[in-house]
Design a protein around this ligand. Structure first.
Ligand SMILES: CC(C)(COP(=O)(O)OP(=O)(O)OC[C@H]1O[C@@H](n2cnc3c(N)ncnc32)[C@H](O)[C@@H]1OP(=O)(O)O)[C@@H](O)C(=O)NCCC(=O)NCCS
Length: 291
Protein backbone atom coordinates (compact mmCIF):
# COMPACT_ATOMS: atom_id res chain seq x y z
CA UNK A 1 0.00 0.00 0.00
CA UNK A 2 2.75 2.45 0.99
CA UNK A 3 4.81 1.54 -2.08
CA UNK A 4 1.75 2.17 -4.25
CA UNK A 5 0.97 5.45 -2.49
CA UNK A 6 4.47 6.71 -3.23
CA UNK A 7 4.19 5.74 -6.88
CA UNK A 8 0.72 7.20 -7.38
CA UNK A 9 1.62 10.63 -6.10
CA UNK A 10 -0.12 10.66 -2.71
CA UNK A 11 0.77 13.73 -0.70
CA UNK A 12 3.12 13.25 2.22
CA UNK A 13 0.55 14.12 4.86
CA UNK A 14 -1.45 11.03 3.82
CA UNK A 15 1.46 8.55 3.90
CA UNK A 16 0.45 7.43 7.37
CA UNK A 17 -2.75 5.86 5.99
CA UNK A 18 -0.87 3.52 3.63
CA UNK A 19 1.63 2.79 6.44
CA UNK A 20 -1.31 1.93 8.67
CA UNK A 21 -2.77 -0.43 6.04
CA UNK A 22 0.58 -2.20 5.47
CA UNK A 23 1.11 -2.50 9.23
CA UNK A 24 -2.28 -4.12 9.77
CA UNK A 25 -1.60 -6.58 6.93
CA UNK A 26 1.77 -7.44 8.47
CA UNK A 27 0.33 -7.84 11.97
CA UNK A 28 -2.42 -10.08 10.65
CA UNK A 29 -0.03 -12.29 8.69
CA UNK A 30 3.00 -12.53 10.95
CA UNK A 31 1.55 -15.00 13.52
CA UNK A 32 0.45 -17.27 10.67
CA UNK A 33 3.86 -17.05 9.05
CA UNK A 34 5.73 -17.68 12.31
CA UNK A 35 3.51 -20.66 13.15
CA UNK A 36 3.97 -22.02 9.62
CA UNK A 37 7.76 -21.86 10.02
CA UNK A 38 7.54 -23.59 13.41
CA UNK A 39 5.26 -26.39 12.19
CA UNK A 40 7.28 -26.87 9.02
CA UNK A 41 10.62 -27.02 10.80
CA UNK A 42 9.70 -28.99 13.92
CA UNK A 43 6.39 -30.78 13.25
CA UNK A 44 6.69 -32.43 9.83
CA UNK A 45 5.07 -29.48 8.09
CA UNK A 46 1.70 -30.22 9.74
CA UNK A 47 0.24 -26.76 9.38
CA UNK A 48 -2.66 -25.70 11.66
CA UNK A 49 -5.48 -23.56 10.27
CA UNK A 50 -6.06 -20.28 12.14
CA UNK A 51 -9.11 -19.93 14.35
CA UNK A 52 -10.76 -16.66 13.36
CA UNK A 53 -12.69 -16.50 16.63
CA UNK A 54 -9.57 -16.25 18.77
CA UNK A 55 -7.51 -13.25 19.84
CA UNK A 56 -4.15 -12.50 18.20
CA UNK A 57 -1.96 -14.23 20.81
CA UNK A 58 -4.34 -17.10 21.56
CA UNK A 59 -4.58 -17.84 17.86
CA UNK A 60 -0.80 -17.86 17.58
CA UNK A 61 -0.62 -20.43 20.41
CA UNK A 62 -3.27 -22.48 18.63
CA UNK A 63 -1.44 -22.37 15.28
CA UNK A 64 1.84 -23.30 16.96
CA UNK A 65 0.05 -26.42 18.22
CA UNK A 66 -0.23 -25.57 21.95
CA UNK A 67 -3.79 -25.80 23.19
CA UNK A 68 -3.16 -25.55 26.92
CA UNK A 69 -5.05 -22.44 28.12
CA UNK A 70 -2.06 -21.50 30.27
CA UNK A 71 0.17 -21.43 27.18
CA UNK A 72 -2.36 -19.15 25.49
CA UNK A 73 -2.20 -16.93 28.56
CA UNK A 74 1.59 -16.99 28.37
CA UNK A 75 1.44 -15.94 24.71
CA UNK A 76 -0.79 -12.99 25.69
CA UNK A 77 1.80 -11.92 28.26
CA UNK A 78 4.73 -12.64 25.92
CA UNK A 79 3.24 -10.70 22.98
CA UNK A 80 2.46 -7.75 25.24
CA UNK A 81 5.82 -7.38 26.95
CA UNK A 82 8.04 -7.96 23.91
CA UNK A 83 6.31 -5.37 21.73
CA UNK A 84 8.73 -2.53 22.54
CA UNK A 85 9.22 -0.36 25.57
CA UNK A 86 11.08 2.78 24.62
CA UNK A 87 11.92 3.01 20.93
CA UNK A 88 15.69 3.42 21.21
CA UNK A 89 16.70 -0.24 21.10
CA UNK A 90 18.34 -1.69 17.98
CA UNK A 91 15.26 -3.25 16.35
CA UNK A 92 12.90 -0.35 17.09
CA UNK A 93 15.43 2.27 16.09
CA UNK A 94 16.43 0.41 12.90
CA UNK A 95 12.79 0.15 11.84
CA UNK A 96 12.43 3.89 12.43
CA UNK A 97 15.70 4.67 10.59
CA UNK A 98 14.94 2.61 7.48
CA UNK A 99 11.36 3.88 7.45
CA UNK A 100 12.68 7.45 7.61
CA UNK A 101 13.99 6.97 4.05
CA UNK A 102 10.35 6.24 3.07
CA UNK A 103 11.17 2.56 2.55
CA UNK A 104 7.88 0.71 2.87
CA UNK A 105 6.84 -0.86 6.20
CA UNK A 106 7.74 -4.40 5.07
CA UNK A 107 11.33 -3.34 4.35
CA UNK A 108 11.62 -1.22 7.49
CA UNK A 109 10.30 -4.05 9.69
CA UNK A 110 12.59 -6.63 8.02
CA UNK A 111 15.60 -4.36 8.65
CA UNK A 112 14.63 -3.99 12.30
CA UNK A 113 14.35 -7.76 12.71
CA UNK A 114 17.86 -8.22 11.34
CA UNK A 115 18.92 -6.11 14.31
CA UNK A 116 16.78 -8.14 16.69
CA UNK A 117 18.80 -11.20 15.63
CA UNK A 118 21.98 -9.94 17.36
CA UNK A 119 23.06 -11.66 20.62
CA UNK A 120 23.37 -8.37 22.52
CA UNK A 121 19.75 -7.63 21.59
CA UNK A 122 16.85 -10.02 20.87
CA UNK A 123 18.88 -13.16 20.32
CA UNK A 124 19.85 -12.93 24.00
CA UNK A 125 16.59 -14.75 24.79
CA UNK A 126 17.97 -17.81 23.00
CA UNK A 127 21.47 -17.34 24.40
CA UNK A 128 20.09 -17.44 27.95
CA UNK A 129 18.45 -20.82 27.62
CA UNK A 130 21.39 -22.23 25.67
CA UNK A 131 23.71 -21.01 28.43
CA UNK A 132 21.54 -22.64 31.13
CA UNK A 133 21.29 -25.93 29.21
CA UNK A 134 25.09 -25.95 28.82
CA UNK A 135 25.45 -25.26 32.55
CA UNK A 136 23.14 -28.17 33.40
CA UNK A 137 25.07 -30.47 31.11
CA UNK A 138 28.47 -29.41 32.40
CA UNK A 139 27.43 -29.74 36.03
CA UNK A 140 25.39 -32.91 35.48
CA UNK A 141 22.34 -31.54 37.30
CA UNK A 142 19.08 -29.85 36.40
CA UNK A 143 18.96 -28.00 39.71
CA UNK A 144 22.40 -26.44 40.36
CA UNK A 145 23.20 -24.92 43.75
CA UNK A 146 23.98 -21.23 44.29
CA UNK A 147 27.70 -22.06 44.53
CA UNK A 148 27.67 -24.05 41.32
CA UNK A 149 25.89 -21.22 39.51
CA UNK A 150 28.37 -18.69 40.90
CA UNK A 151 31.33 -20.72 39.61
CA UNK A 152 29.69 -21.07 36.22
CA UNK A 153 29.00 -17.32 35.99
CA UNK A 154 32.61 -16.55 36.93
CA UNK A 155 33.82 -18.98 34.28
CA UNK A 156 31.61 -17.31 31.64
CA UNK A 157 33.07 -13.93 32.56
CA UNK A 158 36.64 -15.26 32.61
CA UNK A 159 36.14 -16.43 29.02
CA UNK A 160 35.42 -12.80 28.10
CA UNK A 161 31.72 -13.43 27.53
CA UNK A 162 28.74 -11.49 28.84
CA UNK A 163 26.17 -13.10 31.13
CA UNK A 164 23.18 -13.33 28.81
CA UNK A 165 19.91 -11.83 30.03
CA UNK A 166 21.61 -9.36 32.38
CA UNK A 167 22.27 -5.66 31.83
CA UNK A 168 20.47 -3.01 29.85
CA UNK A 169 21.37 0.11 27.95
CA UNK A 170 18.69 2.20 29.66
CA UNK A 171 17.16 0.38 32.64
CA UNK A 172 18.94 0.60 35.98
CA UNK A 173 16.82 -1.89 37.90
CA UNK A 174 15.21 -5.31 37.38
CA UNK A 175 13.33 -5.18 34.10
CA UNK A 176 9.59 -5.11 34.92
CA UNK A 177 9.12 -7.52 32.02
CA UNK A 178 11.34 -9.99 33.89
CA UNK A 179 9.23 -9.51 37.02
CA UNK A 180 6.00 -10.07 35.07
CA UNK A 181 7.34 -13.38 33.79
CA UNK A 182 8.62 -14.40 37.21
CA UNK A 183 5.18 -13.75 38.66
CA UNK A 184 3.62 -15.86 35.90
CA UNK A 185 6.10 -18.65 36.68
CA UNK A 186 5.47 -18.48 40.42
CA UNK A 187 1.73 -18.64 39.79
CA UNK A 188 1.65 -21.55 37.35
CA UNK A 189 4.90 -23.53 37.68
CA UNK A 190 6.41 -22.83 41.07
CA UNK A 191 8.19 -26.21 41.22
CA UNK A 192 9.57 -26.16 37.68
CA UNK A 193 13.30 -26.84 37.99
CA UNK A 194 14.30 -24.63 35.09
CA UNK A 195 12.31 -21.68 36.47
CA UNK A 196 13.77 -22.29 39.91
CA UNK A 197 17.22 -22.17 38.33
CA UNK A 198 16.36 -18.87 36.61
CA UNK A 199 15.30 -17.46 39.99
CA UNK A 200 18.49 -18.70 41.64
CA UNK A 201 20.55 -17.09 38.89
CA UNK A 202 18.73 -13.85 39.77
CA UNK A 203 20.05 -14.19 43.33
CA UNK A 204 23.60 -14.96 42.22
CA UNK A 205 24.40 -12.77 39.21
CA UNK A 206 23.72 -9.12 40.25
CA UNK A 207 26.34 -8.97 43.06
CA UNK A 208 28.94 -10.55 40.77
CA UNK A 209 28.27 -8.09 37.95
CA UNK A 210 28.24 -5.23 40.44
CA UNK A 211 31.65 -6.30 41.74
CA UNK A 212 33.13 -5.84 38.24
CA UNK A 213 32.68 -2.12 38.75
CA UNK A 214 31.84 -1.35 35.13
CA UNK A 215 28.42 -2.87 34.48
CA UNK A 216 25.86 -0.06 34.66
CA UNK A 217 22.91 -2.34 35.28
CA UNK A 218 23.56 -5.71 36.98
CA UNK A 219 19.88 -6.69 36.96
CA UNK A 220 18.03 -9.15 34.67
CA UNK A 221 16.28 -8.03 31.51
CA UNK A 222 13.28 -9.51 29.68
CA UNK A 223 15.40 -12.21 28.01
CA UNK A 224 16.57 -13.76 31.28
CA UNK A 225 13.23 -15.45 31.85
CA UNK A 226 11.26 -16.04 28.67
CA UNK A 227 12.89 -19.31 27.56
CA UNK A 228 12.22 -21.14 30.83
CA UNK A 229 8.48 -20.46 30.52
CA UNK A 230 8.39 -21.69 26.92
CA UNK A 231 10.35 -24.84 27.75
CA UNK A 232 7.90 -25.62 30.57
CA UNK A 233 5.11 -25.99 28.01
CA UNK A 234 7.27 -28.10 25.70
CA UNK A 235 8.60 -25.46 23.32
CA UNK A 236 12.23 -26.46 23.60
CA UNK A 237 13.33 -25.41 20.11
CA UNK A 238 15.10 -22.28 21.25
CA UNK A 239 16.31 -21.40 17.73
CA UNK A 240 12.71 -20.35 17.13
CA UNK A 241 12.42 -17.98 20.08
CA UNK A 242 13.60 -14.88 18.26
CA UNK A 243 10.97 -15.46 15.57
CA UNK A 244 8.38 -15.36 18.35
CA UNK A 245 9.98 -12.22 19.72
CA UNK A 246 9.79 -10.67 16.23
CA UNK A 247 6.03 -11.26 15.99
CA UNK A 248 5.50 -9.32 19.18
CA UNK A 249 7.98 -6.58 18.31
CA UNK A 250 6.05 -5.89 15.11
CA UNK A 251 3.25 -4.44 17.22
CA UNK A 252 5.51 -1.81 18.81
CA UNK A 253 7.74 -0.86 15.92
CA UNK A 254 4.93 -0.62 13.36
CA UNK A 255 2.79 1.51 15.68
CA UNK A 256 5.77 3.88 15.94
CA UNK A 257 6.27 3.82 12.17
CA UNK A 258 2.67 4.94 11.62
CA UNK A 259 3.32 7.86 13.99
CA UNK A 260 6.58 8.66 12.18
CA UNK A 261 4.65 9.12 8.93
CA UNK A 262 1.72 10.88 10.60
CA UNK A 263 4.11 13.41 12.16
CA UNK A 264 6.07 13.70 8.90
CA UNK A 265 9.38 12.98 10.66
CA UNK A 266 12.39 13.65 8.43
CA UNK A 267 15.01 11.25 7.09
CA UNK A 268 17.49 10.44 9.84
CA UNK A 269 21.28 10.50 9.78
CA UNK A 270 23.94 10.71 12.48
CA UNK A 271 25.91 13.90 12.79
CA UNK A 272 29.18 13.89 10.81
CA UNK A 273 32.28 15.68 12.03
CA UNK A 274 35.75 16.35 10.66
CA UNK A 275 38.96 14.88 12.10
CA UNK A 276 39.92 18.39 13.14
CA UNK A 277 36.76 18.66 15.25
CA UNK A 278 37.43 15.25 16.84
CA UNK A 279 40.93 16.42 17.80
CA UNK A 280 39.51 19.59 19.34
CA UNK A 281 36.95 17.55 21.25
CA UNK A 282 39.68 15.21 22.56
CA UNK A 283 41.63 18.27 23.73
CA UNK A 284 38.52 19.59 25.47
CA UNK A 285 38.35 22.59 23.11
CA UNK A 286 34.98 21.70 21.54
CA UNK A 287 31.85 19.97 22.75
CA UNK A 288 30.79 18.57 19.39
CA UNK A 289 28.87 15.67 20.88
CA UNK A 290 27.45 17.58 23.77
CA UNK A 291 27.39 16.19 27.25
C1 LIG B 1 22.38 -5.10 27.13
C2 LIG B 1 23.84 -4.70 26.95
C3 LIG B 1 24.25 -4.90 25.49
C4 LIG B 1 23.94 -3.18 27.28
O1 LIG B 1 25.22 -2.76 26.91
P1 LIG B 1 25.83 -1.42 27.48
O2 LIG B 1 24.81 -0.33 27.44
O3 LIG B 1 27.12 -1.18 26.77
O4 LIG B 1 26.07 -1.83 29.01
P2 LIG B 1 27.07 -1.18 30.07
O5 LIG B 1 27.25 0.29 29.81
O6 LIG B 1 26.61 -1.61 31.41
O7 LIG B 1 28.47 -1.90 29.71
C5 LIG B 1 29.64 -1.56 30.44
C6 LIG B 1 30.55 -2.76 30.50
O8 LIG B 1 29.87 -3.81 31.24
C7 LIG B 1 29.84 -4.99 30.46
N1 LIG B 1 28.58 -5.70 30.69
C8 LIG B 1 27.33 -5.22 30.55
N2 LIG B 1 26.42 -6.20 30.74
C9 LIG B 1 27.14 -7.32 31.02
C10 LIG B 1 26.78 -8.66 31.28
N3 LIG B 1 25.50 -9.06 31.28
N4 LIG B 1 27.76 -9.56 31.51
C11 LIG B 1 29.07 -9.17 31.51
N5 LIG B 1 29.47 -7.93 31.24
C12 LIG B 1 28.51 -7.00 31.00
C13 LIG B 1 29.90 -4.50 29.02
O9 LIG B 1 30.31 -5.55 28.15
C14 LIG B 1 30.90 -3.37 29.13
O10 LIG B 1 32.19 -3.93 29.23
P3 LIG B 1 33.46 -3.25 28.46
O11 LIG B 1 33.51 -1.84 28.96
O12 LIG B 1 34.60 -4.10 28.87
O13 LIG B 1 33.13 -3.32 27.00
C15 LIG B 1 24.78 -5.47 27.90
O14 LIG B 1 24.34 -5.30 29.24
C16 LIG B 1 24.86 -6.95 27.57
O15 LIG B 1 25.69 -7.33 26.73
N6 LIG B 1 23.99 -7.80 28.22
C17 LIG B 1 23.97 -9.22 27.90
C18 LIG B 1 23.17 -9.46 26.63
C19 LIG B 1 21.70 -9.22 26.84
O16 LIG B 1 21.11 -9.71 27.79
N7 LIG B 1 21.08 -8.50 25.91
C20 LIG B 1 19.64 -8.23 25.96
C21 LIG B 1 19.38 -6.83 26.33
S1 LIG B 1 17.67 -6.48 26.58
Amino acid sequence: MFFKALRTGHVEKDYWEATYDDSLILLARLPRLAAYIYRRKYHNGEDITPDGMMDWSGNLAHMLGFNDDKFKELMRLYMTIHADHEGGNVSAHTTHLVGSALSDPYLAYAAGMNGLAGPLHGLANQEVIKWIFEMQEKLGTDLPTHDQIENYVRQTLSEGKVVPGYGHAVLRQTDPRYTAQMEFGKKYMREDKLCRTVWKIYEVVPPILESLGKVKNPWPNVDAHSGALLVHFGMKEYEFYTVLFAVSRAMGVLASLIWDRALGLPIERPKSVTTDLVKKWLNGEDEIWGE
